[in-house]
Design a protein around this ligand. Structure first.
Ligand code: PLP
Length: 432
């Protein structure tokens, strides 16, 4: 397989870019090798600078749920583009997208648009603190909520359950109000609540995507909602990844809970930088200009990004791809499990709507600790064999694969063959 141009660009890029990338996962560090540089994408396919074509299961880590360059979305963006790029003043697109988002999430009366998931989440924390007048927050080990200081603790790294910053440059003071609990373990939440009287919020990925796909048990999520409500603690549901994934709207409805503040991103921008946080009126009233919690953004609600988001959601509403996602994910799950079994490889598959995750382990994956029992060396072998077979996967054991609405029968057949060949390669290389 030729990756010459990627290698060349990697060398060139390293001069003025940090590691030749603008987000660390793109550096392919956990799978070794060099990052693949992309030239273009269309529909279900993505093409690198060496003209290798792959079926895309990265989808920019989720936003491209319709596949690349959906015709209707394309047209909407071009129309918006011709009216100008940004004005620093209000536009109708913001009102339209706000209504669409609020309609899709039951607990949301008002929404504020920002430029990324990170921004949505750290603003939501500020809002929870403003509303409750309290400082502490609880997060779960393995959940990722963007790269703001207070949340870079046990964020999918090896630092597990201590309130130790997960990154250099994060002062201990910035994380001293962050308490860590274990996913799917309600006792680990109750313990903190018993000890600390000044907890503003619990933040959670309703279904995780950032330690791989992990689903909450019904009892866990219901009890979490119950005790937070009982104690006057806000529940911040980070749906940046799960939003519009398994149904039109959020995971909350499916799980039978309603958060106090919801964070969004990824799909709602359809590939442009959009994040959002929203809640009922009583809470959103705290945000400036209505209230005294300050949060702003020069490019927030950018008209091109709004046009892309509106068109993406409209298209999802028309296509209603969720039954198809379920069917496709189920099919991939059984192909993965069968191929693993035939080759004597331990594998678990977790999935939720258009997110699916094979873990190379024999332990059921229900939290960060069990996710970490995965054999990342096997994943590495699997990953590069899938690349050789023309299938573009996220370069990490702990990232979900995403399905797009445009996957064809031919794409799926090719993927199945790739899985079979790659599992075989894993068995051969690792002497299973
Ligand atoms: C991707 C993600 C974020 C961060 O969003 P960015 O747009 O990358 O800043 C936050 N929370 C969750 C659950 C995510 O998946």
């Amino acid at each position: 397989m030729y990756l010459e141009k990627s290698i060349e660009l990697f060398t060139k890029g390293k001069k003025n870019l940090v590691g030749a990338v603008n987000s660390p996962v793109r550096a392919y560090k956990s799978v070794g090798g060099i990052p693949i540089f992309i030239k273009k994408a269309s529909g279900s396919k993505i093409t690198d600078v060496d003209r290798n074509e792959y079926i895309d299961f990265v989808l920019s880590y989720g936003p491209m749920i319709l596949g690349h360059r959906n015709k209707y979305v394309d047209k909407s963006i071009l129309r918006a583009l011709k009216r100008g790029y940004t004005f620093g003043a209000s536009t109708t697109g913001e009102i339209k997208l706000a209504k669409m988002v609020c309609d899709a999430f039951p607990g949301m009366d008002k929404v504020r648009f920002v430029n990324s998931g990170t921004e949505a989440v750290f603003s939501a924390l500020r809002l929870a603190r403003a509303y409750t007048g309290k400082d502490k927050i609880i997060k779960f080990a393995g959940c990722y909520h963007g790269h703001s200081d207070a949340l870079l603790v046990a964020a999918g790294s090896g630092l597990a359950t201590l309130s130790i910053p997960g990154s250099k440059g994060v002062p201990e003071d910035a994380v001293k109000n962050t308490l860590i609990s274990e996913y799917n373990n309600i006792e680990s939440v109750k313990k903190h609540i018993k000890k600390h009287k000044d907890i503003a919020a619990v933040i959670i990925e309703p279904v995780t995507g950032n330690m791989g796909v992990v689903l909450p048990t019904k009892e866990f999520i219901k009890e979490l909602r119950f005790i937070t409500k009982e104690k006057g603690i806000l529940l911040i549901v980070d749906e940046v990844m799960t939003g519009f994934r398994s149904k039109y709207g959020g995971a909350q409805e499916l799980l039978g809970i309603e958060g106090d503040i919801t964070c969004l991103g990824k799909v709602i921008g359809g590939g442009f930088p959009v994040g959002a946080y929203g809640a009922r009126n009583e809470i959103m009233q705290m945000v400036a200009p209505l209230g005294d919690m300050y949060q702003a953004g020069t490019l927030s609600g950018n008209p091109i990004a709004m046009a892309c988001g509106i068109a993406t959601l409209k298209e999802l509403m028309i296509q209603r791809p969720y039954a198809k996602f379920e069917k496709t994910a189920k099919r991939l799950e059984s192909v993965l499990l069968k191929a693993a079994k035939e080759n004597g490889i331990d594998l678990q598959v977790n999935r939720f709507g258009s997110m699916i995750n094979p873990f190379f382990t024999n332990e059921k994956v229900s939290n960060f600790k069990t996710a970490q029992t995965s054999d990342t060396k096997k994943f590495k072998t699997f990953f590069w064999n899938m690349i050789e077979n023309g299938i573009f996967l996220p370069p990490s054991q702990y990232e979900a694969w995403f399905l797009s609405t445009v996957l064809s029968e031919k794409d799926l057949k090719k993927t199945e063959n790739g899985i079979k060949a790659s599992m075989k390669a894993v068995a051969e290389k690792h002497n299973v």
